[in-house]
Each structure stands twice: as structure tokens, then as C-alpha cells.
Design a protein around this ligand. Sequence first.
Ligand SMILES: Cc1cc2nc3c(=O)[nH]c(=O)nc-3n(C[C@H](O)[C@H](O)[C@H](O)COP(=O)(O)O)c2cc1C
Length: 266
Amino acid sequence: MHLNPPVSRTLDPAWLEAMQSRISSRRYNGEAIDGALLDRLDQTCQRLSDTEAPARAVLVRQAPPEVFTGLVGSYGRVEDSPSLVAFVGTDDAAHDIGYVGEAVILEATMLGLDTCWIAASFDPERAGRLAELGEGERVHAITALGHATDKTGISEKLMRASLSARKRLPMDTIAPGHGDWPAWAREAAAALRLAPSGANKQPWRLHMDGDALVITEAPKVYWTAPIDFGIAMLHAELGAEHAGVSGRWTTDRNDEVARFVPHTAS
Ligand SMILES: Cc1cc2nc3c(=O)[nH]c(=O)nc-3n(C[C@H](O)[C@H](O)[C@H](O)COP(=O)(O)O)c2cc1C
């Protein structure tokens, strides 16, 4: 299926910092999140859920525990998360889902909240009822939202070890030749490298084509890859903007996932 590029939105440069500290948390303390914090996150969800865009983010202040399921593949159940955000869109919205979802997750991180992308271990029908789906929409993924219990607890540690969660592929593997790239593209690649992905599979490779930074698929990809690529695009764009270069994503070529074309280059 051809996936359109994410719809561009105004990004908060502070998300670049949140990217460094964000990790997935799967055990929460069950305590309700402060109402003012939820209001702020809700504003971000609404701002990002442009009506023209195929994906939107819906805050669910009180998350019923049954929405979180397990064990799916290597994933356990996410426990005692008091709230969630549902990432909703049409079937072809996966890139926009990743882009918007990661923006919400980085905003939540900035607000001092813990999160976990969940595309497998949740009940999409229950989540769909909570998100009040429109015509043709489904919930592609959710994030847990709350305050994590001891992040070094044994079950969290086991899960993170089994996923090698903190590990990222070397820059030379994902972006061969990056040493010769312009500074903005190197910053974009460094930010992209930190992106979370389903089962931490990191399905991306990067190269330059003229002035454009191009994302292609790694030789093997996991089923969450379409969402992962949207997440990667948000990270890369934040890195490029930090280096003073804004641009737009295009997805016209079948042999590429997407290319970032700097505005100054056209
Ligand atoms: C699209 C996507 C789907 C994911 N689905 C799940 C899930 O269903 N259950 C889960 O426990 N973790 C899930 N994760 C979390 C990843 O395992 C995690 O991001 C990865 O191991 C990297 O670890 P980090 O987020 O702590 O950096 C998902 C991540 C992404 C990006």
C-alpha cells in the first residue's frame, strides 16, 4: 500500500531534548495524573489532530485496565496505566500515526509523564469505542500514560533486556558515509537513530541523494515498520530543524520510504 507522507505540523524544538530521556515504561503506579497536566497534553493532541490529516490523537483520561492485553509475542501486559492516548486513522495513515503519536509521546515526556507505544498488546475494539471512531477509522496503536513504578523493577528489566531496548544500531550501519554529509543531515540521522520501533527492530537505512535525505527499508522489517517510519520522520525533522534546516517529506518513489527535501534546496 502506498503511504502518504506525514502532514507537516508545527514542531516544538524542546521535543529534541525529550527524545534523549524517553524510554518505554510498562509498570505504572495506577495513580491518576494531575488534571492540569492532562489538560496540557489534551491541547497538544488537539493541535496535532488537524482535521485535514489522516491521523489524530485522542486522550482517554481514565483508561480501563482491560484495554491493555498480553502476552503478545515478546511483549507482556502493560499494568496500572491510569490514562492512555489512542492514535486513530484510516488504513493508509500509518506514517502520520507514527509522526503524530511520537509528537504526543515526546510532549508527555516533557511534562514528566511516562509512556509506552503499544501496537500489539492492546484490545483495538475496546480502544476504538473509547476513541469514538469515525467512518473508515481504526486505532493503529495507543500509548500508556502515567507515572511508572520503579523503572529498575525486575519485570521491566527482564522485558527491556529481552528487547535490548536501549540498544540502537551503529550510525555506520543505518547511515553509511554520514561523515561526509552536511551538518543538518548528520543531526537528523542522530535524532532518527534514537527513535523507538516495534520490538526495537529499527527498520531504517539512510542515504543522501543530492540535497535530500532518503529513508529506505532495512533488509528485514517487522510488521510495525509503517508506524516506525513515521516516528523516524518526526525525529529526523526535529534534528534537521535544530540545525536550522526545515523541509518537507515526499513519498513518490517505490524504492524509498520517504525523502526529506530541504526548502532551501528547491
Ligand atoms: C510502533 C511501536 C509499537 C510497539 N508496540 C509495543 C507493544 O505492543 N507492547 C510493548 O510492550 N511495547 C511496544 N513497543 C515498545 C518497543 O518495544 C520499544 O520502543 C523498543 O523496545 C525500544 O525501547 P525504548 O522505547 O525504551 O527506547 C512498541 C514500539 C513502537 C514504536
